[in-house]
Design a protein around this ligand. Structure first.
Ligand SMILES: Nc1ncnc2c1ncn2[C@@H]1O[C@H](COP(=O)(O)OP(=O)(O)OP(=O)(O)O)[C@@H](O)[C@H]1O
Ligand SMILES: [Mg+2]
Length: 315
């Protein structure tokens, strides 16, 4: 049986089965894999692996693109409602496909609550603000709670069992495991009609495992690689990627907001839209766009309820 992989020039039956065994089942997956990684996982020599990656990239044709094609691609972009009007307005209509949206904030501000609500909303039909697709939830901290999603779906008048069926949960136990899952997404997303990928949290394992100063460069390099894979996934399959990130505080800072997103420049550059969330008055939460190529720095007030996240009165 000849596979999609055999469309890559230089890939015959043997090479295709080597690639498949290593978990690369699509041209996209091969195209976005760094040379060393492909060599290591398939056992191929440098010359062969490098040629295959080049040819896969040519097939993807993402090096040069006419602006008119780019415009067409952008027009296919759709937005997913968060279930909260204020947040949707702040985001220009909802969470975008072909982009990566980062939710940043201190513990308990509601990042996971937004992600769980999105996992429900993404499954709605387009005319209800959804993406009409399934969801992958990469859970690094074990904080995805099926009962809670059941509650959110029921309180929104949806069939909770159907909604839970539409969410593929992947628990990642280490950063390596998380990366492996992300690699696998290039296969699973098209097969399962996935329209929303959540990684909650993108960085906790990286922070926990790479501790010393001397390990920082390695950590950032790997983080960078996987963030770009996620972005590539969003573009290749017209799906939305939402990741969460924590903050660290700099008590020495004399003025301004002492909270800084973790992950440094690598995180800042890879994410399309960055949303900071903090606690507001009377249990509300305040979200704000802190970095985006075209969304203004708007704010949105929301609260966490039995429906997930909902509008709240402004502070
Ligand atoms: N059913 C519910 N109704 C109202 N509030 C709820 C409900 N379930 C959870 N919450 C609130 O959600 C908050 C926790 O939010 P969440 O777990 O999304 O935080 P987080 O930003 O993901 O934090 P962390 O960085 O620790 O992962 C708590 O304040 C909790 O009280
Ligand atoms: Mg959380």
């Amino acid at each position: 049986m000849s596979s999609e992989l055999e469309r890559i020039k230089g890939v015959g039956k043997d090479a295709a089965s080597k690639l498949r065994r290593a978990g690369y089942t699509t041209i996209e997956a091969v195209a976005v894999t760094p040379l060393k990684e492909l060599m290591k996982s398939t056992g191929m020599g440098e010359e062969k692996a490098s040629k295959i990656i080049d040819e896969a990239r040519k097939l993807m044709g993402f090096s040069f693109l006419r602006a008119s094609e780019l415009y067409e691609r952008r027009r296919r972009m759709i937005r997913c409602t968060t279930g909260c009007g204020n947040l949707d307005r702040m985001l220009g209509g909802g969470v975008e496909t072909q982009a990566m949206t980062e939710l940043i904030g201190d513990y308990g501000v509601g990042k996971t609550q937004i992600c769980m609500t999105l996992s429900v909303m993404a499954q709605l039909p387009r005319d209800k603000g959804g993406l009409e697709g399934n969801v992958i939830y990469v859970d690094t901290e074990g904080t995805f709670i099926a009962d809670r999603v059941y509650e959110i779906a029921s309180n929104r008048g949806l069939d909770p069992e159907k909604i839970l069926d539409g969410i593929i949960w992947a628990r990642a136990y280490t950063s390596d495991h998380q990366c492996l899952i992300i690699d696998h997404l290039f296969k699973v997303c098209p097969e399962e009609n996935v329209k929303l990928v959540v990684v909650d949290s993108m960085i906790s394992h990286f922070r926990g495992e790479y501790i010393g100063r001397e390990e920082l460069a390695d950590r950032q390099q790997k983080l960078n690689m996987y963030l770009h894979k996620l972005l590539r996934l969003a573009e290749a399959y017209n799906l939305a990627v939402v990741i969460t990130n924590q903050v660290h505080t700099n008590p020495a800072q004399p003025y301004g907001n002492p909270e800084h997103p973790t992950g440094g420049h690598v995180m800042a550059h890879a994410c399309t839209h960055r949303v900071h969330i903090r606690r507001g008055k009377k249990g509300t939460r305040v979200a704000k766009i802190i970095d985006s190529p075209y969304l203004p720095e708007n704010k949105a007030t929301f609260k966490i309820t039995e429906k997930g996240v909902e509008d709240a009165e402004e502070e």
